[in-house]
Write a protein that binds this ligand. Sequence first.
Ligand SMILES: Nc1ncnc2c1ncn2[C@@H]1O[C@H](COP(=O)(O)OP(=O)(O)O)[C@@H](O)[C@H]1O
Ligand SMILES: [Mg+2]
Length: 256
Amino acid sequence: MDKWLKAELESKIGAIKHMSLLDEQGGTSTVRKIVTGQGAFLLKSSFQQRYREWLRREAFVLQKLTKTHHLPVPVYYGFIQERHASHIVMSFEDGITLTSALRKAKGDTEKKKLIKSFGQFLQRLHETEMVPGLQPETDWLDLQIKRAGEYVKKGQAEGSEELLKALDRYRPVPVQQTMIHGDCTADNVLVKDGEVCLFIDAAGISAGDPRYDESLAIRHFVTKEAYLNAFYEGYCRYRVSKQEFEYFNGGLYEFF
Ligand SMILES: Nc1ncnc2c1ncn2[C@@H]1O[C@H](COP(=O)(O)OP(=O)(O)O)[C@@H](O)[C@H]1O
Ligand SMILES: [Mg+2]
């Protein structure tokens, strides 16, 4: 780490005693645990332009939520920009991702308990009151389609222009917007003491379509009925149709 970045960090969280790369790294970032006299912190760094923009949005979201304590997310400590990298400093939270927890789980009963807890946790988010300042000015889906179009133009998306056109034309019938996570996979929630208790990777938190979260949440066990039922024991407010699931998981998610 260069001297300038170290000094910037220490101005926010105190003298660094220890720093280590996490075993589990993100897809868009490098993550490190930093320990100082003031506690344990997570440094999340991104280097590509697109991911740096997401990181900036994540900083904005965390800052907003840290001020108002609305939602279970890490505490924000700062955002640092360099010429070729951007960094967020946030609280280091104990726990492991739901993906790891499911991998480590001893049997089906434990897995189902974790998945039910994920459902409950997501339901709580979708029932929470709107956070001022995190509501998009235009319709959430309009905004996602516009963003997706920009990624297609730059050649940065997996999904094709044809798919995007179809998503634009054949939109699902609108539902009531709620607060959503916006990238609600098992990689982006942390488990502690057997319960899902924290959202991480918060860049997409916004008022939006809750069916997007629901679809990404169930994507890895949508064909396994026992797991799907466990999820819906916890998440009781709505159940996406096959078409809605395909629209969000197989469609929109291809662009992000
Ligand atoms: N606040 C945190 N406390 C502890 N670990 C974290 C925290 N935020 C992220 N992590 C760890 O870092 C990994 C990558 O973080 P994430 O924000 O999901 O990055 P990416 O945007 O690259 O997917 C996570 O899988 C998790 O293991
Ligand atoms: Mg992630």
